[in-house]
Design a protein around this ligand. Structure first.
Ligand SMILES: Cc1cc2nc3c(=O)[nH]c(=O)nc-3n(C[C@H](O)[C@H](O)[C@H](O)COP(=O)(O)OP(=O)(O)OC[C@H]3O[C@@H](n4cnc5c(N)ncnc54)[C@H](O)[C@@H]3O)c2cc1C
Length: 247
């Protein structure tokens, strides 16, 4: 049985006018990295709830979420305005199958997300499980502008901790930023430039791919990978691709 718990906002970090993170204390049951919680507020007398991936790893007591304020988005814009000490409803227990328990072991793990779709990957990367299961891990994030790239300290820390086993590649679509690829992730998989930049091949023999965020990116990458022999992971038939669409 699920229930709504009252959580308390302990921090609201406004990275930009449309990007923010909430840290929340709520007494929820243990969850797995990659899962999401439904968060809700009472807005004009109505409970408005949406799913949000945990960015925090399960071992952290305080929960952390990373948000984009959707244009005219009812809940995301209301969450942006929350103050420290405000109440937020959190559905207990957490939910979702976008976890490493659903992904077969292999040599390489590719974690590809757009915008806030990087959140479940940061949660996963702060647990031991990926590092005990995969030799090389590549994190890829597509954003519009450089200011959409947050959590770089965390990413740099992973690089320092795991060295050559961990690679990060950012895509910035609307600006030219040193070290990033300007453009879209699917185009770069199609022309081979992503693999060249991170010096690792996407191939069915060695790669597992998790995709999260914008459904157009997810769909386009799935199609490109399928053309290269990849298949979606199904419980009854393991493949190589695991997806989470944010809308
Ligand atoms: C499993 C799951 C996990 C999710 N995790 C996150 C998360 O960690 N962070 C997060 O910001 N959102 C996440 N979302 C999306 C989130 O649930 C809401 O859809 C989003 O916050 C918009 O809600 P809203 O009420 O503000 O807008 P609504 O009025 O419901 O408008 C929805 C529209 O907003 C746009 N949109 C939705 N999400 C995003 C986004 N992340 N970036 C850009 N545009 C978007 C789409 O065009 C969508 O049609 C997740 C969705 C799912 C299904």
């Amino acid at each position: 049985m699920s229930e709504w718990l009252e959580g308390k906002v302990v921090e609201n970090i406004h990275w930009t006018d449309s990007l923010f993170s909430l840290k929340v204390d709520a007494d929820i049951a243990p969850y797995s990295a990659g899962q999401f919680a439904s968060l809700a507020l009472e807005i004009d007398g109505e409970r408005v709830a949406r799913p949000y991936s945990f960015l925090s790893p399960p071992q952290d007591k305080t929960l952390e979420f990373f948000f984009y304020t959707a244009t005219d988005g009812v809940l995301s814009n209301a969450l942006y305005d929350l103050k420290v000490g405000d109440t937020i409803l959190v559905k207990n227990p957490a939910n979702g199958f976008f976890t490493l328990d659903e992904v077969p072991a292999s040599r390489d793990l590719w974690l590809i997300g757009t915008g806030t779709g990087i959140a479940p990957f940061l949660s996963i990367l702060k647990t031991d499980q990926p590092w005990e299961t995969y030799e090389s891990i590549i994190l890829v994030q597509g954003v519009r502008t450089q200011s959409d790239m947050q959590y770089l300290d965390l990413i740099t820390g992973l690089r320092e901790q795991y060295g050559e086993r961990f690679g990060f590649q950012a895509f910035v679509s609307r600006e030219q930023v040193e070290g990033t690829i300007q453009g879209r992730i699917p185009a770069s998989i199609e022309d081979g430039s992503l693999e060249q930049k991170v010096n690792l091949k996407l191939d069915v023999a060695h790669s597992q791919v998790m995709l999260c965020g914008n459904p157009d990116m997810v769909k386009d990458v799935v199609e490109l990978l399928k053309a290269r022999g990849f298949a979606k992971n199904l419980r009854r038939k393991p493949g190589h691709i695991t997806t989470e669409n944010y809308w």
